[in-house]
Design a binder for this molecule. Structure first.
Ligand code: MLC
Ligand code: AMP
Length: 491
């Protein structure tokens, strides 16, 4: 049996999930996910790694579907609930999903799949009890989940992790950050990425903790929930801490005091997915009395490097390798750099993903000959702590904790009538980390409002440019390649 499921049996009567003020026990989650697994299996013994895409709002239903897919032997493919149709279609087709599970809110956007005879389309409301039979035995080496990540190729790649990968990622964090069954955490992050899925939801469920859902981030609501006094563990991206600070600062002193005294009782607060500005760390300390624990990870590897739970958390540093994760810094020829020198972070361990879905070439390119995963992030070690210096590709942008490919956006922009050429870059921004902006070479006058709404029909809002600049030409080097550092200066 999967370890996560085995653990859940130990906590059967404990509250697992709080969703819209309703509390569900671990037994409820086991029962519902078994029902879903049985229904998915239909007349098969094992889904045998069939891909199952699901678009379900964060909450009890989402968790039961994820576990149900795993227990039936399928590969879980969570769909982002804010994707427009073309992005959903890409994920479903790329993974060859033969089953789609649809929350009632998403029936309209997913309706074209319901008409596809090759896809079994199931509404979340359709799941009902069917005759019980043995669920399949799932070997740990089997595929468990595909998440999409943007990279240096224009289209996102599916990252396939096995159950063994996920168990390694989760158990390492549970031990490092001392997750336990008295913990109570708040799930606010999007559930198509590792931060929300692994670090928050899966670690909580592995440990017998309670997971309360807030379907989307809202600073006021987050503080209201905190003030109820149950949450003691909180994880978010730097942009969220920035927004929480801004909201806190807008409150009268009496409310600030109340919030501060409540935050001081938390056990743990973590930041990650993007660099935590020192200013945010300091302000949060003055509000909450907590030095945020900053850690470093990636879709392909879960978490690799973390500041200590006990011991000094250094602002501007991501900490040390987690137990069970091997980390080295290398030069361009994949040779380890001398001590104190900067190099690419390379990672090895059970936590590292299996492959990019149906992309053997991309997979082999991202591993060294001796099996180290090449992250593309450049770091240096100072007094034992890793510090991120940058990335090897200017075409990868991190905004609000989302990884965004400049090339993917450029390709879409070029399809818009009147755009002759374009260059997309990320410009530094305290709130968002980086902001996506685009320089456009046009062949006729453009209505930028129209362009903006058109872009939002093509890709999720978090990927679309925040600012456009019309330029006569893009700066290029002698080889004719756009020099993006020059482009940055224009903004
Ligand atoms: C939203 N907006 C953005 C944006 N997201 N702008 C720039 N960059 C982004 N990423 C815009 C919206 O389009 C909108 O514009 C305005 O900001 C407000 O939008 P919103 O949807 O109300 O924002 P909000 O809900 O407040 O979202 C902010 C956020 C969200 C921080 C909560 O971006 C978020 O959930 N980020 C987390 C991403 C994440 O989980 N990453 C982990 C990846 S895994 P307008 O014009 O419509 O008003 C990983 C590995 C690891 O990285 O190490 O963890
Ligand atoms: P993703 O592909 O969305 O999983 O994003 C992974 C990337 O996020 C990493 O390769 C880093 O570039 C970045 N990242 C994650 N955590 C941190 C951090 N603490 N500091 C700086 N960058 C980070």
């Amino acid at each position: 049996m999967l370890q996560l499921i085995e653990n859940a049996h130990r906590f059967a009567d404990k509250p697992a999930i709080v969703d819209q003020s309703v509390s569900y026990s671990y037994m409820d989650l086991l029962d519902r996910s078994e029902e879903i697994a049985q229904y998915l299996l239909h007349d098969e013994k094992d889904l045998a790694q069939k891909r199952v895409s699901y678009m379900v709002s964060p909450g009890f239903g989402y968790m039961a579907v994820q576990w149900g897919i795993w227990r039936a032997g399928g590969i879980a493919v969570p769909l982002c609930i804010t994707y427009p149709f073309p992005s959903l279609q890409y994920v479903v087709e790329n993974t060859g999903s033969s089953i789609i599970i649809c929350g009632p809110e998403y029936e309209e956007i997913l309706s074209p799949f319901a008409e596809n005879s090759k896809i079994r389309f199931i509404s979340l409301l359709d799941f009902s009890k069917i005759e019980r039979r043995e669920l399949p035995e799932i070997d740990n080496s089997r595929g468990a989940m595909i998440l999409f990540t943007s990279g240096t190729t224009s289209l996102p790649k599916g990252v396939l992790t096995t159950h063994a990968n996920i168990e390694a990622q989760v158990s390492t964090l549970v031990e490092a950050w001392k997750w336990n069954s008295d913990d109570y955490t708040l799930s606010i992050l999007p559930l198509h990425h590792v931060h929300g899925i692994i670090n928050v939801n899966s670690c909580a469920m592995w440990s017998g903790a309670t997971l309360q859902f807030l379907p989307n981030f809202d600073a006021k609501k987050v503080f209201e929930i905190f003030l109820e006094g149950k949450v003691n563990v909180f994880m978010a991206v730097p942009t969220i801490y920035f927004k929480l600070i801004a909201y806190y600062e807008s409150l009268p002193e009496s409310e600030q005091k109340e919030i501060s005294s409540c935050l001081k009782k938390f056990r743990l607060m973590v930041s990650g997915s993007a660099a935590l500005p020192v200013s945010v760390m300091e302000k949060w300390y003055s509000i909450s009395g907590h030095y945020l624990l900053e850690r470093y990870g990636m879709t392909e590897i879960g978490m690799a490097i973390s500041n200590p739970y006990e011991g000094k958390r250094r602002a501007g540093y991501i900490g040390m390798p987690l137990k069970g994760v091997e980390v080295r810094l290398c030069d361009e020829a994949d040779r380890e750099v001398a001590s104190g020198q900067p190099g690419e972070i390379q990672v090895k361990g059970q936590n590292v993903f299996k492959e990019y879905w149906e992309k053997p070439e991309a997979t082999s390119k991202t591993f060294t000959q001796d099996g180290w995963f090449k992250t593309g992030d450049i770091a240096i070690i100072e007094e034992g702590y890793f510090k991120i210096l940058g990335r090897d590709s200017i075409d990868i942008i991190k905004s609000g904790g989302y990884k965004i490919s400049a090339l993917e956006i450029e390709e879409v922009l070029r399809k818009y009538s009147g755009i002759k050429d374009c260059g997309v870059i990320g410009v530094p921004n305290e709130e968002w980390g980086e902001l996506v902006v685009a320089a456009l070479v046009t062949e006729k006058e453009l209505d930028l409002d129209h362009l903006n709404s058109w872009m939002r029909e093509q890709m999720p809002a978090y990927k679309t440019p925040r600012k456009y600049l019309i330029v006569p030409d893009l700066p290029r080097n002698a080889m004719g390649k756009v020099t993006k550092n020059e482009l940055k200066k224009l903004f």
